[in-house]
Design a binder for this molecule. Structure first.
Ligand code: NAG
Ligand code: NAG
Length: 330
């Protein structure tokens, strides 16, 4: 059973290329300043049992973060400053919290989950563990998944959608089915058995003016690699469906995307896209933000774990979330 679920936390979106993840720490201890010594970040188990090499001083050598020892050696528990628990293994019982071990007073526990929030309940099992589906930027240390970051103009209103898990019940499927009556939409992904390889994804998207960055789940701060990687890196203007416009604007430049909810119908949205595709200047305005921002995406778990050292001193002391579920759903 899950103990008093607790604490300080932070959110971080990404996946191997960017997926959303969120860290909650469980049951915080007291705060110490650790500037003069190395911090030890212990990963209690590898997410989805897929380990990466931790040889050498990874955080410093790979990511320029000195003084940060990243380890998966559980023997280091007594001296770890932070212990990270990935939720999937806790939920499936492949791993467990070390509740039987004495916990150093200043040690923080971070809970981390990749799973999207309230995934429109296609899976009843997932619903019972809603607790796990937290992806909030108002966590103690919000770390949005990418940072803001070139492009081509094609003069066609063609849009592209990459979808693997298609469900007619998803809001995004309904928007797609309606939109396709008005503009051509190229569809790739496992749904239509037209998967794109990692190498072909970005160039394929870059061939279209518009990329449908439709999230499968509409939830606060749930903005995934569909936007960060697929659209922005490919240089297509993203048409987004997900949380509210203001939620997007809190994370990405306001002039960088088209929000489905800005239009009262998909017909109007289609008309707007058609018009934009004939107006190079206006289309290019969607890329102006690149003069002042660039996108940072995360390559693998190690980089994200090393980043814990950067935010470590900002983790609040003695903060306990007694009602994680309530926090997430307020
Ligand atoms: C921190 O770790 C680095 C790399 O392992 C090591 O060279 C250095 O001596 C350590 N510093 C302290 C204060 O322990
Ligand atoms: C784990 O850490 C312990 C304690 O420092 C050490 O004795 C052991 O060799 C380490 N195990 C591995 C696999 O590195």
């Amino acid at each position: 059973s899950i103990p008093v679920l607790s604490t300080s936390a932070f959110i971080r979106n990404s996946k191997s290329f960017i997926q959303l993840l969120l860290y909650f720490s469980l049951r915080m201890g007291t705060t110490h300043q650790h500037q003069l010594r190395n911090l030890t970040i212990l990963l209690w188990h590898w997410p989805f049992s897929r380990p990466y090499s931790l040889e050498g001083d990874i955080c410093s050598n790979e990511y320029g973060i000195p003084g940060c020892l990243l380890s998966d050696n559980t023997s280091l528990y007594p001296q770890a400053d932070v212990v990270v628990f990935h939720h999937h293994e806790l939920r499936t019982g492949r791993s467990a919290l070390p509740l039987h071990l004495p916990r150093p007073a200043s040690q923080r526990w971070l809970w981390l989950s990749l799973e999207p929030p309230v995934n429109t309940a296609t899976d009843p099992v997932q619903r019972t563990v809603q607790l796990d589906h937290e992806l909030r930027a108002d966590a103690d240390v919000p770390m949005p998944m990418g940072r803001r970051w070139k492009f081509l103009f094609h003069q066609t209103a063609a849009a592209i959608w990459v979808v693997s898990n298609y469900s007619p019940d998803h809001a995004r499927s309904q928007v797609y089915q309606s939109l396709r009556k008005y503009i051509p939409i190229e569809v790739y992904g496992r749904w239509l058995k037209r998967p794109l390889t990692d190498q072909s994804l970005i160039p394929t998207i870059g061939r279209c003016n518009f990329y449908l960055a439709f999230e499968n789940s509409v939830a606060i701060d749930y903005i995934t690699e569909k936007l960060w990687r697929n659209a922005y890196q490919a240089g297509a203007v993203p048409v987004v469906l997900g949380p509210s416009r203001s939620n997007y604007e809190a994370l990405v430049p306001s002039g960088s995307f088209i929000h489905v909810s800005d239009f009262s119908s998909t017909e109007q949205l289609a008309a707007f896209l058609q018009q934009l595709a004939t107006d190079r200047g206006r289309y290019e305005a969607y890329f102006k933000w690149r003069q002042t921002h660039e996108i940072k995406t995360y390559t693998d778990w190690r980089e994200r774990l090393c980043n814990i050292c950067i935010i470590y001193h900002r983790l609040p002391a003695k903060k306990v979330y007694y009602d994680l579920d309530g926090w997430a759903n307020r």
